[in-house]
Design a protein. Structure first.
Length: 429
């Protein structure tokens, strides 16, 4: 177990605790603080740029959880992304910083830098491949030298997908060579929605997708070998018999994160890499038409600065109510859940994957409550506790990693099973 000392008095500091997601992280940490590293209570603090707003967050959490002590016992650290010294002082006080300040492309790098320079491990809930991959390119060696772990995408983007593929690999008897995942989100009568910051991340991420291709060239990676039969990518939109609705490729960070994990396991653990494709269900024909119209408009508008300005000024209008400045209501959150189903194929134990067609299949599923704010905060907090508790099972002695690469030798999947996310093997059709 990592030690809290008088010079580093907190296991965990929640940075951006006043944000829409940060407030849920505060409540989740307060709820699970008794299950800290090694069974000892978790010592934690909140951080952000306004003391008053942080006091308000602690006050609301105290009321909601009936824990009045949160108002008096939890320390507040004032830190602003634009003031380097304030970030350094924050990072010197904690073993792990949970960074909830996004969009990460605008605010993330100074926090990563401060963590690496001041010896604090860094976790975030970023779903932006450009930021995640750029941090790996620019900070991996520095983080390794300083013995610091920088682990991005510890929320719904992309823990269920990344650990779901690892789980499928472990359950498969033989060599798993390809996995397709299908995400289904079910909501109640008021529908499902996300908060503005995630919408902004998507707007600026799509606008800048060209730079991701340039960035990937800088890694100089040789392509991962294709083991077994090459899997054909599905079309832009298709009817999926697997989930009995129309589906499109999943545009979030899951494919990027899973691929980085597979590369890590191939290069550092000599594991056979899995080809991975991610899809998301969009529903019936009416939803397809709606998505097609909004997608076209979105695609056109992100290309121009005026278009981006309008998209970010009126998220609810341009996303057909999928994102809003106020975020989802409590009822929407309570009524929403997700399932992520993995269809894998490969070669049974006695078969050579270089010969013939795959001869074995597997189907697994990861299910959980509302993805954006319930599952995300739970996966983030469980990742932090795992890091503190099982530091010696993480790769090397530091570096920038995906959740799958960082935690593949730890008990994170088991911990999640006891909390918000269930992993299981399903019957294959
Ligand atoms: N992986 C997932 O599935 C997932 C799920 C949910 C959210 N997210 C991501 O998490 C991020 C946060 O989302 P959100 O909806 O919580 O956003 P939000 O409500 O806008 O919160 C942003 C937070 O950043 C803080 N902040 C802004 N500028 C700052 C600065 N200069 N210095 C210090 N703090 C600053 C804000 O503090 P103030 O209160 O002082 O303004 C606030 O606490 C986004 O990138 C979003 O995409 C990911």
């Amino acid at each position: 177990m990592a030690a809290v000392t008088s010079s580093r008095p907190y296991h965990v500091i929640i940075f951006g605790a006043t944000g829409f997601t940060g407030q849920f992280v505060v409540e989740e940490v307060a709820r699970t603080a008794a299950e800290g590293p090694g069974g000892a209570p978790l010592k934690w603090a909140v951080a952000g740029r306004s003391r008053q707003r942080l006091e308000d967050v602690l006050g609301r959490a105290a009321g909601r959880l009936s824990m009045p002590e949160l108002r008096t016992d939890i320390e507040i650290i004032v830190a602003d992304v634009s003031i380097e010294e304030s970030l350094a002082i924050m990072c010197q006080q904690g073993l792990v910083i949970l960074n909830c300040v996004g969009p990460y492309r605008f605010y993330g790098e100074p926090v990563v830098k401060a963590c690496v320079e001041n010896g604090a491990h860094y976790l975030d809930i970023c779903g932006e491949p450009q930021f995640l991959e750029r941090m790996q390119l620019e900070y991996h060696t520095k983080a390794l030298d300083r013995g610091v772990y920088v682990i991005g995408s510890c929320g719904f983007d992309s823990v269920p997908a990344d650990l779901g593929v690892l789980y499928t690999q472990r359950q498969f008897k033989g060599t798993l060579t390809a996995v397709e995942s299908f995400l289904k989100i079910s909501s109640g009568p008021e529908g499902f929605s996300g908060h503005d910051a995630t919408w902004q991340s998507a707007v600026y991420g799509f606008a800048d997708s060209g730079s991701l291709r340039q960035l990937r060239k800088k890694f100089g990676h040789t392509p991962l070998p294709v083991v077994g039969a090459k899997v054909k990518k599905r079309g832009f939109m298709f009817f999926s018999r697997e989930i009995e609705q129309y589906a499109i490729p999943f545009m979030g960070s899951d494919p990027s994160v899973v691929k980085r994990t597979q590369r890590f396991l191939y290069e550092e653990q000599q594991q056979s890499p899995v080809q991975y494709s991610a899809y998301v269900g969009v529903g019936g024909l009416f939803s397809v038409v709606k998505l097609f119209c909004s997608g076209l408009l979105f695609w056109f508008m992100v290309k121009f600065s005026l278009g981006r300005k309008l998209l970010t000024m009126f998220p609810s209008f341009f996303s057909f109510g999928m994102f809003s400045k106020s975020g989802p209501t409590t009822k929407q959150i309570e009524d929403t859940c997700f399932s992520l189903t993995f269809f894998g194929e490969g070669y049974s134990e006695s078969t050579d994957p270089s010969q013939g067609r795959p001869n074995a299949k597997i189907c697994t599923q990861v299910v959980g409550a509302e993805p954006g704010y319930v599952v995300t905060v739970s996966t983030l907090v469980q990742a932090a506790v795992t890091l503190l508790d099982e530091l010696h099972s993480l790769p090397r002695r530091g570096g920038v990693y995906t959740p799958g690469a960082a935690f593949y030798k730890t008990s994170l999947i088991d911990r999640l099973q006891n909390h918000s996310v269930k992993f299981s093997v399903r019957h294959c059709e």
